[in-house]
Design a protein around this ligand. Structure first.
Ligand SMILES: [Fe+2]
Length: 244
C-alpha cells in the first residue's frame, strides 16, 4: 500500500502539475487530497480541471466550504475564484465530504475531525507564535478515530505526530501556498521558508506507516507572476520565496 497525499493546492495549477508529474514518475496511482483546492489569486478553474481529470480521494477544506457560499459574502480574491468556476466545478465542490475513510485504514480530514478551520498539530499563542500542540491536546482531537493513519492539512506545515497508542497523524504540507498570514485566533504568519510544492508519499511497512515528505521544484516565478498580475503582491512573494 503506497499512495500520495496532497493538500492545500489553493489554485496553484503550476505547482499541482509538478506534483502530479512527480507522483506519476514514482508510479503511484492513488492520490488522497485534503482540500482547500481552488481558492487563491491564481488559476482556480484550471486547477479544478486538473483535479477532476484524476480519480482523487478528496475532502472539503474550509475554503472549499466558502466557495459553496454566496460570492457576495467572500473577499474579492475568493469571489473572483467563485466566478471563474464552471457549473461542473461548483457541482464537484458541493459533492466533497467533510471527512472520509479510505480502504478502512486511513482517515482524511482537512483540519481536524470536528472542524475545517482549527489547527490540529499546531497552535497560536497570543503573541502570534505558531508552535506545536501538546501531545495530550493533539490526542483529544483524535478521540473516536479508529484508523491507524490520520491525514490532515490546513496549516500548510508538513509534520508527523505519533500518538501514544501508535496512531499516526500526517500533514503533508501545502502544494501551492507556502506562506500566508491570518488574524485568528491571533494575528500570525505561517512560512514554509522555501517555495517548493510540498506533498507526502506514504507506504505501509511491516513496522508501520513510513512517510516521505517531498519538495518539488517548479516554475514558482510564473505562479507568482499570476498572483502579482491579479494585484496580490503578498501572495506573489509567498509563492516565489516561501516567506511573506
Ligand atoms: Fe484550510
Amino acid at each position: 500500500m503506497r499512495f500520495a497525499v496532497i493538500a492545500d493546492i489553493h489554485g496553484n495549477a503550476l505547482a499541482l502539475e509538478a506534483v502530479l508529474a512527480d507522483i506519476d514518475a514514482l508510479g503511484i496511482a492513488d492520490i488522497l487530497n485534503l482540500g482547500d483546492h481552488l481558492s487563491g489569486p491564481l488559476e482556480a478553474a484550471r486547477t479544478a480541471d486538473l483535479i477532476l481529470a484524476r480519480d482523487m480521494v478528496s475532502v472539503s477544506g474550509n475554503h472549499d466550504r466558502y466557495l459553496r457560499g454566496d460570492p457576495a459574502t467572500l473577499h474579492q480574491w475568493e469571489a473572483d475564484c467563485w466566478h471563474e468556476l464552471t457549473p461542473a466545478h461548483h457541482a464537484w465542490l458541493a459533492s466533497l465530504p467533510f471527512s472520509r475513510v479510505w480502504k478502512d485504514e486511513v482517515f482524511l480530514c482537512h483540519a481536524t475531525p470536528q472542524e475545517d478551520n482549527v489547527y490540529w498539530l499546531e497552535t497560536v499563542s497570543p503573541d502570534g507564535v505558531v508552535h506545536a500542540r501538546s501531545l495530550a491536546e493533539v490526542e483529544a482531537f483524535a478521540e473516536g478515530v479508529p484508523q491507524s493513519l490520520i491525514l490532515c492539512g490546513h496549516t500548510h506545515l508538513a509534520r508527523i505526530v505519533r500518538l501514544t497508542d501508535g496512531r499516526m497523524i500526517v500533514n503533508p504540507g501545502s502544494v501551492g501556498c507556502p506562506g500566508y498570514d491570518d488574524d485568528a485566533p491571533y494575528p500570525h504568519k505561517v512560512e514554509a521558508g522555501a517555495p517548493h510544492a510540498a506533498y507526502a508519499v506514504i507506504e505501509k511497512a511491516a513496522q508501520g506507516w513510513s512517510v516521505e515528505f517531498r519538495r518539488i521544484a517548479y516554475d514558482w516565478t510564473s505562479a507568482a507572476g499570476i498572483a502579482a498580475a491579479k494585484g496580490r503582491p503578498q501572495w506573489a512573494r509567498a509563492i516565489a520565496t516561501g516567506w511573506l
